[in-house]
Design a protein around this ligand. Structure first.
Ligand code: PGA
Length: 250
């Protein structure tokens, strides 16, 4: 049985004050949910989030990490730094990183491996663009991303995959529950073929305009084990409602 997992990706949003008030609301609400929950603030708000979430069910993660262990990489944050602050998770390969910073599958693989080596659980994001879906290339694109990120890994402890169709991120468009379930089942079949991965216990999250109004129908999919939530994770009531949908899933 896979425990549902809901992760908030706060992207480049927030101030100390807004982070404090959002976390206050989530901490007050967290006991209501039977799902596992994590929030990924910007790097500069991680210490604040870890402190506020100490002793609660809410785990904290980074939105990205360097592929390198340490060194002259101005502006980068090492996986070990996130672990040292108290993070449990780190998102790698988000489509915004792939799109705006040209991150390749090889770099995503190196970041995932850097994360695992310091005990962080990587959330590896994959997903096709609208043009790729319209050209019937969605499965081929996702397969290449999964294989590129996972194939050469020796250790993938705690791995989570997030399927986030690029055309559904922040657009208000969502994959239909059927489209999402179909891709999740396909991803699970790909995981079956990868060494060091237990496909049946690996959680596969859906991401892309998940809201309280569409979460239940998405979570009904057999292979949909929770969500990576952007916009709605910045609104405490919405994130809490999504968590409740996930907790009811199993
Ligand atoms: P969204 O973002 O929920 O705002 O579409 C999801 C994500 O990018 O992780």
């Amino acid at each position: 049985m896979r425990q549902p997992l809901v992760v908030g990706n706060w992207k480049m949003h927030g101030s100390r004050a807004s982070v404090a008030s959002l976390l206050d609301s989530l901490v007050a609400a967290q006991r209501l949910s039977g799902a596992e929950v994590a929030v990924c603030p910007s790097h500069v708000h991680i210490a604040q989030a870890v402190e506020r979430c100490a002793g609660t069910q809410i785990a904290v993660g980074g939105q990205d990490c360097s592929h390198a262990e340490e060194g002259a990489y101005t502006g980068d944050v090492a996986a070990a730094m996130l672990a040292d602050l108290g993070c449990r998770w780190v998102i790698v390969g988000h489509s915004e990183r792939r799109q705006y910073y040209g991150e390749s599958d090889a770099l995503v693989a190196a970041k995932a491996s850097a994360a695992v080596s310091v005990g962080l659980q990587p959330i590896i994001c994959v997903g096709e663009t609208r043009a790729q879906r319209e050209a019937n290339e969605a499965e081929a694109v996702v397969a290449a991303q999964i294989q590129g990120a996972l194939q050469a890994q020796e250790d993938l402890a705690g791995l989570v995959i997030a399927y986030e169709p690029v055309w559904a991120i922040g657009t208000g468009l969502t994959a239909s529950p059927e489209q999402a379930q179909q891709m999740h089942a396909y991803i699970r079949s790909l995981l079956e073929g990868i060494a060091n991965v237990d496909a049946q216990t690996t959680r596969i999250l859906y991401g892309g305009s998940v809201k309280p109004g569409n979460a239940s129908e998405l979570f009904a999919g057999e292979d949909i084990d929770g969500a990576l939530v952007g916009g709605a994770s910045l609104v405490a009531d919405d994130f809490r409602a999504i968590l409740e949908c996930a907790a009811r899933q199993r």
